[in-house]
Design a protein around this ligand. Sequence first.
Ligand SMILES: C[C@@](CO)(OP(=O)(O)O)[C@H](O)COP(=O)(O)OP(=O)(O)OC[C@H]1O[C@@H](n2ccc(N)nc2=O)[C@H](O)[C@@H]1O
Ligand SMILES: Nc1ncnc2c1ncn2[C@@H]1O[C@H](COP(=O)(O)OP(=O)(O)O)[C@@H](O)[C@H]1O
Length: 293
Amino acid sequence: MNTLTCAAPAKLNLFLHVVGRRADGYHLLQTLFRFIDLNDTLRYTLRADGDVRRVDALDGVPPEQDLCVRAARLLQQETGCKQGVDIGLEKRIPMGGGLGGGSSDAATTLLALNRLWGLDLSRERLMQLGLRLGADVPVFVFGENAFAEGVGERLQPYPLPEAWYVVLCPPVHVPTVQIFTHPELTRNTISMTMRALPKGPDFRVGRSDGLVLGNDLQAVACKLYPEVAEHLAWLAKFAPALMTGSGACVFAEFATEKEAQAVLQQLPPNMRGFVAQGLQQHPLKDFAVSEAV
Ligand SMILES: C[C@@](CO)(OP(=O)(O)O)[C@H](O)COP(=O)(O)OP(=O)(O)OC[C@H]1O[C@@H](n2ccc(N)nc2=O)[C@H](O)[C@@H]1O
Ligand SMILES: Nc1ncnc2c1ncn2[C@@H]1O[C@H](COP(=O)(O)OP(=O)(O)O)[C@@H](O)[C@H]1O
């Protein structure tokens, strides 16, 4: 086996609460991750000389900062592996939209090279390595829709119903760090247990009896980027609408693809968006093996 072609799916945060802050400044979150069927495609080809190379450029991301390259080099450092790889990336997930594309590319790289290089690291070990690359990486290695705590590394599977999403992409780039460091960010939402949430199959975005499940990063993002507020207001005419992650993308949930497409067709010409189906699990879920418990 010399090459592998693998998908890296996007995610939505179906809600996101900021419940505290760690001593190092990182924020403690509670969030619900859902994978969707918008993928980047990555192609890995073995190199015998030990080099890790991106074969096509990604706008605005120098190779040494590229999360795929960093993931591959981290694996080499940690395992002493002497093999290299050429990495091709077909980018479809909008960058900096809160859809987790960079993190997902990194997770897919860890999973794919673990196999291509024959490293045999466990899922848990790959998740630990992933966390060093970004707070969102572990869930993609975990491979299931999940309730996440901590900075996103404490994960419990959360099965979700079939659903379609209209996702709108406001034409702005929202830097994650700008939202998390904003003085007006609220950081004291009451923490809850997963048992307080509706049972997975009953979960509906914005319609969870008695519980307010929003995105605590949204108010600051809307203040700094009025385009985010405008896109939310348009989508909210059809169904409860929320921002994903630190933005800028916003989404609403629908029970059928037909309903979602009907909304997308009414999108004004100055707005961009797409329809995506919620996945039940990550396409590479079976690529890693968990440690025995
Ligand atoms: C907000 C979320 C929700 O899923 O998603 P995105 O909007 O990025 O998709 C994530 O927590 C983002 O995770 P990720 O994009 O991996 O962030 P990182 O690279 O680890 O962090 C970027 C910067 O954001 C701040 N940060 C990030 C995560 C966190 N829990 N607390 C923070 O304060 C830190 O200042 C950090 O330096
Ligand atoms: N392979 C990659 N794909 C996308 N972004 C990357 C990648 N490698 C590094 N980055 C950097 O990570 C930033 C965040 O990207 P991304 O994960 O797509 O968005 P978000 O964190 O908002 O979900 C990008 O703006 C880019 O500078």
